[in-house]
Design a protein around this ligand. Sequence first.
Ligand code: ZN
Length: 180
Amino acid sequence: MITRAQQRDAQERAAALMDAAGVRLAPGEHQAIAVADFGLGRLEVEGAQILTIVETDRIAAKVIALLGGQTLPEHWHPPVGDDPGKEETLRVIRGPLYLYTPGPDTLAQGAIPPGKEACYTVRHEQVLDAGDTVTLPPGLPHWFQAGPEGAVLYSFSTTARDILDGFTDPDIVRQTVIAE
Ligand code: ZN
């Protein structure tokens, strides 16, 4: 749960990061930035700010801004019916962004959020900077974290059903509750 004030603050900071990265928003569009705390209640550590540019039954494009050191928790995009699951391409606009996927543990620049060792199981680190692009196949576990100054990236994908994503952390609730 986050408060309305926390939501507004995170929207403003995310909009500023996007602007500094050269991503221009329409007037008032910062209010459409979704602030996700994944039900964990520690937004600055584990969370994300996500602006959906387009979302149809076939494709999705989003801008994701992460505050300094903020982590988008480990998750994967499972099959849904006949759909093998969301295929997602990340394009970094402002880095560094530390991306983790299965493979040899090379975690060095980023850090596991405190107390959450069991919830971050894939630790093959890629340090991505502006202009770097990575495509993640459906079902592949991944998580990512901003460097100290924050990060901005595009997420281009097949249709997104965020609510059905799988998360390693059993405490995660995808729908953010805003307290008035
Ligand atoms: Zn993903």
